[in-house]
Design a binder for this molecule. Structure first.
Ligand code: FES
Length: 108
């Protein structure tokens, strides 16, 4: 079972999830990492779920076109969109210090 560590609001939260899990889908049904994960559209449009991957990025698939479009060069800084990721292995991430994208601001 993949172990997920999320840093939010200066705190560290840890939980296990089933393989092939999407963290935004889980949060949507109020399962860990809810309520610590910020998200909105769940469709790769708003950027609210943008997270800096602290560990485990090597296990993630290549960014899809939605991540490339929304994150651009921020992909190289370790950001990914959680709503576009299906988790197979351990992952550690944070949304602290991740600025909302212009798309996220437009959704507000
Ligand atoms: S929740 Fe909107 S881009 Fe992921």
């Amino acid at each position: 079972m993949p172990k997920i560590v999320i840093h939010a609001g200066g705190q560290r939260y840890e939980g296990e999830v089933k393989p092939e899990t999407n963290l935004v889908v889980r949060a949507g049904i109020k399962q860990f990492p809810w309520p610590h994960l910020k998200y909105r559209c769940g469709m790769g449009r708003c950027g609210t779920c943008a997270s800096r991957i602290l560990a485990g990025a090597e296990h993630l698939p290549e960014p899809n076109w939605k991540e490339q479009k929304l994150l651009g060069e921020r992909l190289e800084q370790g950001l990914r969109l959680c709503c576009q990721l299906w988790i197979r292995d351990d992952l550690e991430l944070t949304q602290d210090l991740v600025q909302d994208s212009p798309a996220a601001a437009a959704c507000s």
